[in-house]
Write a new protein. Structure first.
Ligand SMILES: C[S@@+](CC[C@H](N)C(=O)[O-])C[C@H]1O[C@@H](n2cnc3c(N)ncnc32)[C@H](O)[C@@H]1O
Length: 721
C-alpha cells in the first residue's frame, strides 16, 4: 500500500529551494483555485497522520525576512480584503483578511488549518513560530481570525498557502468583535449564563488538565458574571494571574495580581496605607528584591506574595552584592526544577561598545582570580531537552518568541541584544528592509530578528556545570541570558562561565583590572586553528585573539607537521591507554620522546608562544602526568603536571629554597585538568613535606575549582582537602 506523504512537514531543502525561487512568481496570482473539498480532505489525512504520531523531527525554515505589519488592526487606515485579491509574495501592511476556521488545527512544526473568507473561498493557513499544543490549542473550529498583510506563498507541487511568520500578524477575534461579519456572528451558539463560582470550577478543571487557554477563558468569563462577590473577584484575578505565569504572560500576570491584591485589601479592616493597582504593577516591574516589600503589602497573605515573587524573578530582580548560597541553589536543581528564584548580580560590569566586535562586557571594578563577576538568571531556558541540536534551538526560539511577544515590558532590553552586532545590519540591510528595526517596531516583535538573536547570542547549558564533571555527555539546553550575551569570545579568556540550573555564573580566572574587557571562551578550543575558526564561524566572526594570530602566523607547512605529529601521538596514547592496565615503561618512554619532538616544534617559535597555550601538547602531557603518577615517579609527575599547566598557558615557577610557588603568567585556559594538575602538585608537595608550596598550590586549585564549576560544591571531595 502506498504511504501518504506528509506535505505539512516539507523537507528543509525543498522549502529553501522554493524560498529562493519566490521572486520569480512574486506579484502573480495562483494558476488555479483551491477547492474546499480537496483542501479539507488533505487536511483530514494529515490530522490522521498526526493522531498516529509518526511524525518527523520538528523543523522551522524561515523564508527571507520581511517586517511585521506595524499597523494595528483597528487603525482606520486598515482595509479588509478577500482571498481572491491575494498575490504571491506581495504584502500590504495595511491589508487584512478575515477568515473563519473550518477545520481542526494540525499542530506540529507549525499550526496548520483550513479557513474560509466571507465569500466562501477557502485557503490553507500556516502559522509559524507559535507555541501551540494539541492539548491546549490556540485555534478551534469557527474561530474568526484577522490575518494582517496576507499573501500567497508557494508550496511544492503547485500548492500554495498563506504563511504567517510573525505572531503579531494575526489576531484571534473575540466573539463579540465588531469586525466579525453578521453572518458569522449569528452562527454562534447562545452561551448559557453561569455564575462566577461555576466558571471558576470549570476553569480549575481545565487548569488541572493543563488546558491553560481554556482555564483563562473561564476565569475571564467568571469576572464578567452577574453578582460577582469581592471574594470571587479576588480569587478569579489570582487564578488568572497563575495561568498567565504558566503561559509566560508576565505583564498580564502582574496586572491580575495587582487587581487581586487591591480587591483583597478593599475588604480588609486594617488601616494600613492603600495602594492602587497601577502602583502594585509598577512595584512588580521594579528590579528590586522581594525583601523590599512596600508597607501596604506587608499584610498580604503568603500565596499572593509567592505569586509576586514568581513574577518579579521572571521579570528580573537585581542585587548589588555577589552573595549566593550555591550549595543550596545546586541542591534544588533537577531536570524538572532548573529555574531558580535567584536575583541577578550585574552591577560590577557594564556593557560598552568595543572598537572591533560590537558590544562587550567591561569590568567596572577590579576582580581577583576566582571572584564572581556576574550572576544572571536565564531570560529563556526551556525545561525540556531534545536529542538533536536543531530541535533544542527550536524549543528555545519558540519560548523566546512567546516571551517577547507577550511581554511588552521586556522587549526593549531584549532587542538591545542585536544593537551592536554585524548580524543585525546584515538582516536589516539585506533582507528585512526598512521598518524592521527601531523603537517604532517594539510593539510588533520581528521573529526574524529574534531568530538572529538566538543564533548569535544563545549558549548551551548543562543542568549544572558541576554535574558535567561526572556526566560529560549529558544533554544541553539552549538558552538566552540578556546581560551575559554581551560577553565576547577569546581563546585565551580572563573568565569562565558555568551554570547552576538556569543561573549563569561568571568568575574571573585571573586578576582583571577595572575597565578591562571581560571575555570568555565560547567553545573549548580545538588544537587546529582552522577547525577553531570554522566552529566559531557559526557565530559569524573570525577570532583575532593572540593565540589564533600566532597559530596562523607560523604557516601552513609547519601547522601540518604539528598536526601530523599530534595525530600520531594521539594514536600512541590511545594504544597505550587502551587495554586498561597501567602503561609499560617502554610505552611511557616512547610517548615522552614523541612529545619532546612536538615540543621542539613549538620551541622553534619560543618567543611567539612565550606565554601562550601550546594546545597540541596538552593531550600527551596530560597522559604522561597521569602515567608517571601511576608509576609512582613523583619527580616526573611534578615535572609533567607543571608542563601540563604550561601547555595550557599557565606558567608557574617553583622555588623550593624560598618555598615559593609563583604564577608567572596565566593568560591561558582554566579547566578541570588544570585543577587536577594543581591537586597532584599539592599532594606531591605534601608528601615531600613542603607545606608552604602545598598551601599555595592548594589555594590556586581552590580558586580555579570555583571558576570551572561555579561554586564550592564538591570541592573538598575532588581536591581531597
Ligand atoms: C554573544 S554575542 C557577544 C556580544 C556582541 N558583540 C554584541 O554586540 O552583542 C556574540 C557575537 O559577538 C561577536 N563576537 C564575539 N566575540 C567576538 C570576537 N572575538 N571577535 C569578533 N566578534 C566577536 C560576534 O558577532 C558574535 O556573533
Amino acid at each position: 500500500m502506498r504511504t501518504f506523504h506528509n506535505t505539512y512537514e516539507e523537507s528543509p531543502e525543498r522549502l529553501k529551494e522554493l524560498f529562493q525561487n519566490a521572486d520569480n512568481i512574486k506579484g502573480r496570482r495562483p494558476n488555479s483555485k483551491q477547492s474546499r473539498n480537496s483542501l479539507l480532505s488533505t487536511h483530514e489525512r494529515h490530522l490522521k497522520l498526526l493522531s498516529e504520531g509518526n511524525l518527523p523531527v520538528k523543523t522551522i525554515i524561515l523564508p527571507p525576512p520581511y517586517p511585521p505589519s506595524p499597523t494595528p488592526l483597528k487603525d482606520e487606515k486598515c482595509k479588509g480584503i478577500r482571498l481572491n485579491e491575494l498575490r504571491y509574495g506581495v504584502r500590504d501592511h495595511i491589508a487584512f483578511l478575515l477568515l473563519k476556521v473550518i477545520s481542526k488545527p494540525y499542530i506540529h512544526s507549525n499550526t496548520i488549518l483550513i479557513a474560509e473568507d466571507e465569500s466562501g473561498d477557502v485557503a490553507r493557513l500556516t502559522f509559524c513560530n507559535l507555541e501551540d499544543s494539541l492539548l491546549d490549542p490556540i485555534f478551534f473550529e469557527n474561530d474568526v481570525i484577522a490575518v494582517k498583510q496576507p499573501c500567497w506563498t508557494q508550496l511544492p507541487d503547485d500548492a500554495f498557502h498563506i504563511r504567517v511568520d510573525h505572531p503579531s500578524d494575526f489576531v484571534k477575534l473575540e466573539e463579540d468583535d465588531e469586525l466579525i461579519p453578521e453572518t458569522w456572528r449569528a452562527e454562534k451558539k447562545e452561551e448559557v449564563k453561569k455564575t462566577a463560582e461555576e466558571w471558576k470550577k470549570e476553569g480549575d478543571m481545565a487548569f488541572l488538565k493543563k488546558k491553560f487557554r481554556v482555564a483563562m477563558k473561564c476565569y475571564k468569563n467568571g469576572l464578567l458574571a452577574p453578582s460577582l462577590t469581592i471574594s470571587a473577584k479576588t480569587d478569579l484575578h489570582r487564578k488568572k494571574c497563575g495561568v498567565n505565569i504558566v503561559l509566560t504572560r508576565l505583564d498580564d500576570a502582574a496586572t491580575d495580581l495587582a487587581n487581586a491584591i487591591c480587591s483583597l485589601l478593599s475588604t480588609s479592616s486594617s488601616h494600613s496605607p492603600s495602594l492602587n493597582p497601577l502602583q502594585i504593577v509598577t512595584w512588580l516591574h521594579e528590579d528590586t528584591p522581594m525583601n523590599l516589600l512596600p508597607e501596604a503589602l506587608q499584610s498580604v497573605p503568603k500565596p499572593f506574595l509567592e505569586l509576586a515573587s514568581r513574577i518579579k524573578f521572571d521579570l528580573g530582580v537585581f542585587q548589588p552584592t555577589p552573595v549566593y548560597d550555591f550549595p543550596l541553589m545546586t541542591s534544588y536543581v533537577t531536570p524538572l526544577t532548573l529555574h531558580l528564584d535567584c536575583p541577578n548580580y550585574t552591577s560590577s560590569t557594564m556593557i560598552r561598545q568595543t572598537p572591533t566586535h560590537g558590544r562587550g562586557l567591561f569590568a567596572s571594578k577590579a576582580f581577583k582570580r576566582g571572584e564572581l563577576i556576574l550572576v544572571e538568571k536565564a531570560f529563556v531556558l526551556p525545561s525540556y531537552v531534545m536529542e538533536d541540536k536543531r530541535s533544542q534551538c527550536l524549543l528555545c526560539f519558540g519560548e523566546m518568541v512567546k516571551k517577547v511577544q507577550c511581554n511588552p515590558s521586556l522587549r526593549k532590553k531584549f532587542f538591545e541584544l542585536d544593537a551592536g552586532s554585524s548580524f543585525s545590519r546584515v538582516l536589516h540591510e539585506g533582507g528585512g528592509g526598512e521598518g524592521i528595526k527601531g523603537e517604532d517596531t517594539q510593539d510588533v516583535p520581528d521573529v526574524f530578528r529574534i531568530h538572529a538573536i538566538l543564533r548569535h547570542n544563545s549558549f548551551n547549558a548543562p543542568l549544572t556545570s558541576f554535574s558535567l564533571l561526572h556526566q560529560p555527555h549529558q544533554e544541553m539546553r539552549t538558552g538566552i541570558w540578556l546581560h551575559a550575551s554581551s560577553i565576547n569570545h577569546s581563546c585565551i579568556p580572563n573568565s569562565v562561565r558555568t551554570f547552576v540550573g538556569d543561573i549563569f555564573v561568571l568568575r574571573a580566572t585571573r586578576d582583571v583590572k577595572e575597565g578591562e574587557e571581560v571575555v570568555m571562551q565560547y567553545l573549548s578550543p580545538d588544537v587546529d586553528e582552522k577547525v577553531r575558526a570554522e566552529r566559531l564561524g557559526e557565530w559569524g566572526f573570525e577570532c583575532r585573539c593572540r593565540l589564533c594570530e600566532v597559530d596562523e602566523s607560523i604557516g601552513e607547512v609547519e601547522r601540518e607537521e604539528r598536526g601530523k605529529l599530534f595525530e600520531q601521538l594521539k594514536g600512541a596514547v590511545m594504544k597505550a591507554a587502551g587495554n586498561g592496565v597501567p602503561p609499560t615503561n617502554t610505552a611511557i618512554k616512547k610517548i615522552a620522546k614523541m612529545t619532546r619532538e612536538l615540543e621542539s616544534l613549538y620551541d622553534a617559535h619560543s618567543e611567539l608562544y612565550a606565554s601562550l597555550p601550546r594546545l597540541a601538547l596538552v593531550h600527551p602531557t596530560l597522559w604522561l602526568a597521569e602515567a608517571y603518577r601511576t608509576a609512582k615517579n613523583t619527580g616526573k609527575g611534578v615535572e609533567y603536571s607543571l608542563k601540563l599547566l604550561r601547555n595550557f598557558g599557565i606558567i608557574i615557577e617553583v622555588d623550593h629554597e624560598k618555598q615559593e610557588f609563583k604564577v608567572v603568567s596565566e593568560k591561558g585556559l582554566v579547566n578541570v585538568e588544570v585543577v587536577r594538575a594543581l591537586k597532584y602538585l599539592r599532594e606531591d608537595f605534601v608528601e615531600k613535606g613542603e607545606e608552604r608550596l602545598a598551601e599555595q598550590a592548594g589555594g590556586l586549585a581552590r580558586a580555579w575549582w570555583m571558576c570551572v564549576t561555579g561554586s564550592e560544591v564538591g570541592m573538598v571531595e575532588f581536591l581531597g582537602f
